[in-house]
Design a binder for this molecule. Structure first.
Ligand SMILES: Cc1cc2nc3c(=O)[nH]c(=O)nc-3n(C[C@H](O)[C@H](O)[C@H](O)COP(=O)(O)OP(=O)(O)OC[C@H]3O[C@@H](n4cnc5c(N)ncnc54)[C@H](O)[C@@H]3O)c2cc1C
Length: 433
């Protein structure tokens, strides 16, 4: 009989689909016992992944499976409720422990009779580590950043050189049987052309950004075509890149520009800190007065927005890029979001859900925080009365018109006039008070 010290460890991978700086994986490799890396597709959660994120997940798991197999222990795929899947694996393998990295949005699974061990690796600072002098979580980003930027997020761990496999093979689903990719023949062409999921591509994207664009990030990050920002959001979303690795790599590369970039990266942590306190942040406005906001209920206007048929070129370009590439740079993302809630007076939750389905970086914390920010009902949000003028925004952030020409060159009559929409939005805000 095997000694209990030889029984395998189940390593539950979730939003940390990487080998580099993966604390749970590194510790399991060092431990010396056999390690069974597992990914469980659990759709019975608060927010099953949307279409674009499922496409990304397929690519990410495919690559992670290959790298783990090369390390010595293949990735085991299971589908179903996490706890039941874990219980079955414990039964089949004799494992006595489950290890994972904490994730603020994913619970702490348990399985009867099994010990668990959790590590930190999904955010820079675990919720609870960045608190005000009074010990309470920050509700405004600037003081959060002031405190957080002085806390070293800790050392990174290199990818392990090898993993001890279990003595007997463990059954795994075939990734293709999960049908994570769209079934329409050309449904993912735009995604495939724009993105390569996986840890290696994430590291290459980080290196290329640091080498060629970091020094101008502070100036260029708002460019509508996204050519000035890092394009790292899906890699951070799925944990193919470690936020700690991003932090240290940026600081090694360069001074002030690095801090301006890391300040943005810290918004992601800020969002997770909020989500840890307010799990229903995607549904409920954080400012309670917004529960009485007189939203319209107009399916046609919503459809025009989703299709990029509003007649405002910057908004339409953003929405069409979203449909094709599953991503929008931050500036047009803000303008398109603001247009939905202010020009069309449609509920921000509708936009949040549409983005959830279409974004490859659809994030349970960043997406609701972004939407509550544009709607003016979130923590540290833009005030509702500040209404973006999409035409002026295009002139400022896409001055040569490159972005709009690429995505929305056709001329469509605006579905609503800017001045009238602005007046209507301000009146609606007054009605709420
Ligand atoms: C309505 C709305 C919805 C959004 N939904 C998401 C989402 O689902 N997932 C997502 O990752 N981001 C979301 N954002 C934030 C932001 O638009 C993206 O993180 C950014 O555009 C990603 O591009 P990048 O990697 O080139 O960013 P960079 O500017 O290069 O920043 C690097 C990283 O920092 C983080 N970051 C930067 N800006 C923000 C921000 N404002 N809030 C939170 N994190 C930030 C991201 O992880 C990003 O990858 C949303 C913003 C808005 C206004």
């Amino acid at each position: 009989m095997m000694s209990m010290y030889e029984l395998p460890i189940l390593l539950l991978l979730r939003a940390d689909l990487r080998l580099d700086d993966n604390p749970a994986l590194a510790a399991a490799a060092d431990d010396g016992r056999p390690v069974i890396p597992v990914y469980i597709l659990d759709d019975d959660t608060r927010r099953p992944l949307g279409v674009a994120a499922r496409w990304w997940l397929h690519g990410s798991l495919e690559r992670l499976g290959a790298t783990l197999a090369a390390l010595g222990s293949p990735l085991i795929l299971r589908r179903g409720a996490t706890e039941a899947a874990l219980a079955a694996l414990v039964d089949e393998t004799g494992a006595t422990e489950v290890w994972w990295n904490h994730h603020p949005d994913i619970g702490h699974p348990s399985a009867p009779g099994i010990a668990t061990r959790a590590f930190d690796g999904c955010v820079l600072w675990p919720p609870g580590d960045v608190v005000s002098g009074g010990g309470t979580p920050y509700k405004v980003f600037t003081p959060f950043w002031k405190t957080a930027s002085g806390i070293d997020p800790g050392v990174t761990r290199a990818a392990p050189r090898g993993l001890r496999p279990p003595d007997a093979p463990v059954a795994s689903d075939d990734l293709r049987s999960w049908a994570l990719r769209p079934t329409r023949p050309d449904g993912a062409d735009g995604l495939c052309a724009a993105w390569t999921p996986g840890e290696a591509a994430g590291q290459a994207a980080l290196e290329s950004f640091l080498a060629t664009r970091l020094d101008r990030y502070g100036v260029d990050r708002d460019r509508a075509d996204g050519s000035g920002s890092a394009r790292l959001s899906p890699y951070l979303r799925f944990g193919e890149l470690s936020p700690r690795r991003v932090w240290h790599a940026a600081l090694c590369t360069g001074g002030d520009a690095a801090w301006s970039f890391l300040r943005q990266v810290a918004w992601r942590d800020f969002a997770f800190h909020q989500l840890a306190r307010i799990p229903n942040m995607a549904e409920v406005p954080l400012r309670p007065t917004f529960e009485h906001f007189p939203w319209r209920d107009d399916g046609n206007d919503f459809a025009a927005w989703t299709r990029g048929h509003t007649g405002y070129p910057l908004v339409d370009a953003a929405m069409r890029q979203l449909w094709v590439e599953g991503w929008i740079p931050n500036r047009p993302r803000m303008v398109a979001g603001s247009f939905l809630v202010k020009h069309l007076l449609l509920p921000w939750q509708w936009g949040e859900r549409w983005f959830w389905d279409c974004l490859v970086d659809a994030c349970p914390a960043n997406n609701p925080m972004g939407w509550q920010w544009v709607a003016g009902c979130g923590i540290d949000a833009a005030p509702y009365f500040r209404i973006f003028n999409p035409t002026a925004q295009a002139a400022k952030f896409d001055p040569g018109g490159t972005y709009v020409r690429r995505w929305a060159a056709d001329a469509i009559h605006p579905i609503v006039g800017h001045r009238a929409a602005r007046a209507r939005a301000l009146a609606a805000m007054k009605a709420m008070d």
